[in-house]
Structure formats: structure tokens, C-alpha cells
Write a new protein. Structure first.
Ligand code: SME
Length: 163
């Protein structure tokens, strides 16, 4: 079993640095995408305060994003490319940092409690899209550029683990 120590006393930058090391240790030695995605979601859920959902949407051959391993309430199953925050991150291949979901045209409310979110596109080395990593919070403006940098660093650890 992997022991997880509490990090919520740390300043944000230190929290993400520690979390990157924890993710590297947790995912080391396994390359299966679903297994590593499941443990990655559980780790972030455990360690990052004030979330109400975190998880993966994976790009399927039909071109839709399909919900993957996650933590939180049951979520929307299928999202078309270009739709909502997740579909926008996938279509543009740019991280979406949304301070208030009510200001994001087309935001998909899987849980009415969600008020802010970050969605990071997951690109393989050959530049093809695996899917997106989505983190939601009930707190408006919960995430800033430090959270974005931290989540992007964590996603690099995840993508390197499934190579
Ligand atoms: N809010 C997302 C949908 C996914 S859920 O929040 C889990 C969006 O607009 O893409």
C-alpha cells in the first residue's frame, strides 16, 4: 500500500511540488493508463483541498470524450469535442482556467455545486490527444495560475507514467 501524508498545511507551490513527488512514487512501475489514472485521481482528491470532482475524460475513436477514472459524484458520461470546458480544452489543446463557470459560455453543469475549474489537455509525445484532466471546485475562483502550473506538472507525471 502507498502511504500518503497530509500536505494541506503547505503553501500552494510546496503542495504541488510534494504532490508531484508523490505522484511519481505512486505511479512508478506501472504503465497501464486506467490503473494509473484511477490512482492519480484518488491522490489529487485526497491531497488538494476544496474540490468537488476530479477526473479524466478520455478521447474515444468516435471523437467524443468519455468519462474515465474520477473521484466525486457521478458525472456526465460523454462530451463532444468543443463542448463545455472539457471539450474546449480538448479542441484547443490549451488548459482552461475558469474562475466562474457561469461566465463560460456552454459550460456543462454535471454538478450544480461546481463554481470554478481547471481542465488540462493530455497530449502524448506524438502530439495525439489522450483526453483531458478536469478538476472542479464549489468555491468561485478557487484556482489560479499556480494551480494551473501545478496541475500541468502533475499531468506530465501521469503522461510519462503511461509511456
Ligand atoms: N464542467 C465540465 C463537465 C465535466 S464535469 O464538471 C465533471 C465542462 O463544462 O466541460
Amino acid at each position: 500500500m502507498h502511504a500518503i501524508s497530509s500536505l494541506d498545511h503547505l503553501p500552494k507551490r510546496d503542495l504541488y511540488a510534494a504532490l508531484v513527488r508523490e505522484a511519481e512514487a505512486l505511479l512508478a512501475g506501472e504503465h497501464d493508463p486506467i490503473a494509473n489514472a484511477a490512482n492519480f485521481a484518488a491522490l489529487v482528491w485526497q491531497q488538494v483541498p476544496t474540490l468537488n470532482w476530479c477526473g479524466f475524460y478520455l478521447l474515444k475513436p468516435d471523437g467524443d470524450l468519455l468519462v474515465g477514472p474520477f473521484q466525486g459524484r457521478p458525472a456526465c458520461v460523454r462530451i463532444a469535442l468543443g463542448r463545455g470546458v472539457c471539450g474546449t480544452a480538448a479542441a484547443t489543446r490549451q488548459t482552461q482556467l475558469v474562475k466562474d463557470v457561469n461566465d463560460f459560455p456552454g459550460h456543462i453543469a454535471c454538478d450544480a455545486a461546481s463554481r470554478s475549474e481547471i481542465v488540462v489537455p493530455l497530449l502524448r509525445d506524438d502530439d495525439t490527444l489522450l483526453g483531458v484532466w478536469d478538476v472542479d471546485s464549489p468555491t468561485p475562483a478557487r484556482f489560479d495560475v499556480e494551480d494551473q502550473a501545478g496541475m500541468e506538472a502533475l499531468c506530465r507525471v501521469f503522461m510519462a507514467s503511461i509511456d
